[in-house]
Design a protein around this ligand. Structure first.
Ligand SMILES: [Zn+2]
Length: 100
């Protein structure tokens, strides 16, 4: 492979974009922030996964979307921060990791 670290670089870039754009991501009204069960797809390319199904069609780059109550969001292992670390850890378990 010509760019063996391309995937890692892309994931890091997604993390930078999300971090940089974090304050600009609109939050829903507080009454729509309640706990709920939802299926989640973690993907290294949410733009490709969401394009065509997202209500965010006009955006230059789609960072995540919801489709029939399922969430499509960036792979947390390419994003920095404590919450991303927690999700990356649990994603590892979902992928078969057993650290004990
Ligand atoms: Zn664990």
């Amino acid at each position: 492979m010509v760019f063996p670290n391309l995937k890692a670089a892309l994931l890091a870039l997604i993390g930078v974009v999300i971090t940089a754009c974090g304050p600009q991501v609109e939050r829903p009204p507080s009454e729509l922030q309640a706990d709920r069960h939802s299926m989640v797809t973690f993907t290294s390319d949410p733009d490709a996964a969401c394009r065509g199904i997202s209500t965010h069609k006009g955006e230059a780059r789609i960072l995540g979307c919801e489709f029939h109550s399922a969430l499509v969001v960036p792979n947390p292992c390419g994003v920095s921060g404590a919450y991303a670390d927690l999700l990356c850890h649990e994603l590892g378990h979902a992928n078969g990791w057993n650290h004990d």
